[in-house]
Design a protein around this ligand. Structure first.
Ligand code: ADP
Length: 734
């Protein structure tokens, strides 16, 4: 079959058309795919962008949220800060308001910024005084409205002065006294920004306390004055009759008495002395309490001072059978500087106590140089006893006033309990120390340590250790310590020393090797010393024997019999022995009983003595004490009479009571000194005031010496002898 052409053409055309269409389709498909591809890429790209943008958005949102959080925090913090600040400022306001003191702040233009109620309170009638007001106006109100006491200033000058004060960089404080009774102290301070902070301190109470305190102090001082005056008067009042009691008892003891009467008289004497001692203690203590004691420094000989104290107490020691021993450091300077009177008082008290509280044994006083100090020598003085001792718990206590160990003990031992308090006070005033070491039943050792300057007028002077010209010495004594001390001293002078404690050993030693010197203790327990002396005399005739005595009077006979070279008081003062062994060294010791003094030539006339005294008993005691002497005695009953009597009687010596009615002894002395012959006449004060400052006042009035009441005959005669003008004497009545 043939396909018509047209048909075939048509087919061809159609096929072509289809092919074209297919190609077109493919083309379109391709382009579509391309477009899709691009679209997808674009979509991807877009989605990436979207994601990125979303992330960015999210970050931004996060950031925004963070910022918002922070913002909230800041806002909260701010709120808290505000609250805190409000609280603080409220507290500050409250605090400032509750202050009793006024508080205000002024700015640099002197305008008040704030002020509390207390500040504004004084201006309550002046409402203009409030923040905003000028400082000047405030002080003007104070001045012109008469709020403040201006003293002798006018309001204008006061305001000017307050303005000037305010203008200074360091504003000085000022006290204001408001008329309604309040007193304030204003302290104004300029701060860094130019403001002035004003603090007004209410000192009304403080001033009142101060006034009360001053009044109380004045009252206390007046009371102390009155107490001192009372004590001085009491002392005078008690001593005056005591003068009668003790003086008369002393005179009575010189008469013939049976043993009972003598015992009674002696009791009156000792009780009288004890009473005087108690008065002295109380007076001394109250003076010290009032801080009225003063030290009087002078050169003194320490060994002599201790020796004097021991000599004074030697009779007591002897009566008790207690050995008194002195051990003085031979390397200490002879002359030191200190208050000798007070030191004597200290030692008297310590040694007195040691004797009081010791029944058997010894009391040893040692002076030891501990070393040189800046100004002199540190000296330790110890007083050691073998007495009852003091329990440890009481050792601190006893240095307080009025304290005594256990009452039962004190009933046995008399005393005021003031001695150690006074002693401690004196030692402390001297810059020294005091201590005690003690064991009950064994004994006590009281020590004081003092820094004593050396006497510059006599520097470096220590005790000499000369060649005694003696090869051997024998020391006979029961007491180990005494033997040791003597041996040590003698050995230092190149003497060979042997010792003996009994008569037998002593005599054997002497007959074996005859010594050049024997030192024998008067109080030997195994023999009567007079027997021993006789035996020594028989064994070794002509041997130099020196007796150490607690009572030199008992040695008179042995001295007279030539059995003794000398009798020296115990404890031995080394220089006394030197004077005996080396007579060229100086005058013989005063305590060696001397042969009666050579007869003094009969004086041309009687000694004229004037005694001014208002108290009749005292005049009587005085007259009786001098009754045994041939003298012309006249009395005056007050100062004025004394001056008159002086002019008429022309006495050779005047005894002048210090306290007399009308004109006292000081005034009378001054007047006598102004009369012809009055400048040179010895005037001896008699006083019942035994205190140091009183003594000084008396001596300053021109007296030559002073005697304290109760008067002792011995003292009276000593002073009389010392002051009798040349060519006159005090002969006993014929
Ligand atoms: P007083 O001796 O007047 O009582 P003190 O003040 O001198 O007063 O002494 C106080 C006390 O210390 C004494 O009462 C005594 O108890 C004690 N005492 C002092 N010295 C001694 C001593 N050497 N041995 C024992 N006791 C002492």
């Amino acid at each position: 079959m043939t396909i018509p052409r047209s048909f075939s053409d048509r087919l061809t055309r159609e096929r072509r058309a289809r092919l074209r269409a297919e190609r077109l389709y493919e083309q379109v498909q391709y382009e579509l795919r391309q477009a899709n591809e691009r679209l997808r890429e674009h979509a991807f790209c877009l989605s990436d962008q979207v994601i990125a943008q979303r992330e960015e958005l999210s970050a931004i949102r996060d950031h925004a949220e963070t910022l918002e959080g922070r913002n909230t925090q800041v806002a909260q913090d701010l709120q808290i800060a505000h609250d805190v600040a409000d609280l603080a400022s409220a507290r500050l306001r409250e605090a400032v308001e509750t202050l009793n003191d006024g508080f205000a702040v002024f700015d640099r233009d002197d305008k008040m910024i704030l002020a509390n109620r207390a500040y504004l309170g004084v201006f309550r009638d002046f409402p203009e005084v409030q923040p905003g007001i000028a400082y000047r106006r405030v002080i003007e109100i104070c001045a012109y409205e008469e709020l403040v006491e201006l003293g002798d200033q006018t309001p204008d000058t006061w305001v000017r002065a307050m303005q000037t004060r305010w203008a200074t960089p360091e504003i000085p404080p000022v006290e204001l006294h408001f008329r309604h009774g309040i007193s304030v102290r204003m302290a104004d301070r300029r701060v860094a920004n130019g403001d002035v902070v004003s603090l007004v301190h209410n000192i009304t109470d403080a001033l009142r306390y101060q006034r009360e305190l001053i009044e109380a102090q004045e009252k206390a001082e007046a009371a102390a004055e009155a107490k001192s005056a009372f004590l001085a008067n009491m002392s005078h009042e008690i001593r005056t009759p005591m003068n009668g009691v003790v003086g008369m008892a002393e005179l009575l003891s010189e008469t013939t008495l049976d043993p009972d009467q003598r015992a009674c008289v002696e009791t009156i004497c000792t009780s009288g002395s004890a009473l005087v001692q108690i008065i002295n203690d109380i007076l001394d203590f109250s003076k010290m309490e009032a801080g009225r004691t003063q030290l009087h420094l002078e050169p003194f000989d320490l060994e002599k001072l201790i020796h004097d104290v021991l000599r004074l107490l030697a009779p007591t020691a002897r009566a008790q059978g207690i050995e008194l021993i002195l051990d003085h450091d031979m390397f200490l300077p002879v002359s030191l500087v200190g208050d000798a009177v007070r030191l004597r008082q200290v030692l008297t008290n310590l040694v007195g106590n040691a004797l009081k509280f010791t029944e058997t044994g010894y009391v040893l006083v040692r002076a030891v140089g501990i070393g040189a100090s800046d100004s002199g020598h540190v000296v330790n003085l110890t007083v050691e006893d073998t007495g009852i001792g003091i329990a440890r718990q009481d050792q601190e206590l006893i240095f307080s006033a009025f304290s005594q160990v256990e009452q039962t003990a004190n009933r046995r031992f008399e005393g005021t309990g003031l001695g150690l308090a006074i002693t401690k006070r004196i030692v402390t005033d001297m810059g020294g120390k005091i201590w005690v070491e003690s064991e009950p039943g064994v004994g006590s050792c009281f020590g004081i340590s003092l820094d004593l300057p050396e006497d510059t007028r006599n520097p470096g002077g220590t005790q000499v250790m000369p060649d005694l010209g003696i090869g051997r010495a024998l020391v006979i004594s029961d007491h180990l310590i005494s033997r040791e001390i003597l041996s040590r001293r003698l050995s230092a002078c190149a003497v060979t020393v042997s010792t003996a404690t009994t008569r037998e050993v002593a005599l054997r030693s002497i007959s074996n090797t005859r010594p050049d010197l024997v030192l024998v203790d008067q109080d030997l327990s195994d023999t009567l010393v007079s027997d021993l002396l006789a035996a020594i005399h028989r064994t070794a005739p002509g041997l130099a024997v020196v007796m150490l005595c607690s009572d030199t009077a008992e040695a008179r006979e042995a001295l007279a019999d030539g059995m003794l070279r000398a009798a020296l008081p115990k404890p031995l003062l080394w220089r006394d022995l030197l004077r005996v062994l080396l007579p060229d060294q100086g005058p013989s010791p005063p305590d060696v009983p001397e042969t009666p003094p050579a007869m003094t030539p009969t004086p041309a006339r009687q000694l004229r003595v004037l005694y001014a005294e208002d108290n009749r008993t005292n005049r009587m005691v005085f007259a009786r004490m001098l009754a045994a002497f041939d003298l012309n005695l006249q009395f005056a009953e007050d100062g004025a009479q004394a001056v008159e009597a002086f002019a008429q009687f022309a006495p050779d010596i005047v005894f002048m009571d210090v306290s007399m009615p009308q004109m006292d002894g000081r005034e009378a002395t001054r007047r006598i000194r102004a009369l012809p012959g009055g400048e040179t006449v010895p005037i001896i004060a008699l006083t019942a005031h035994a205190l140091q400052d009183e003594i000084e006042r008396i001596m300053a009035a021109g007296m030559n010496a002073m005697l304290t009441k109760p008067l002792s005959k011995e003292e009276l005669l000593r002073v009389l002898h010392e002051h009798i003008p040349e060519g006159l004497a005090l002969p006993p009545k014929g």
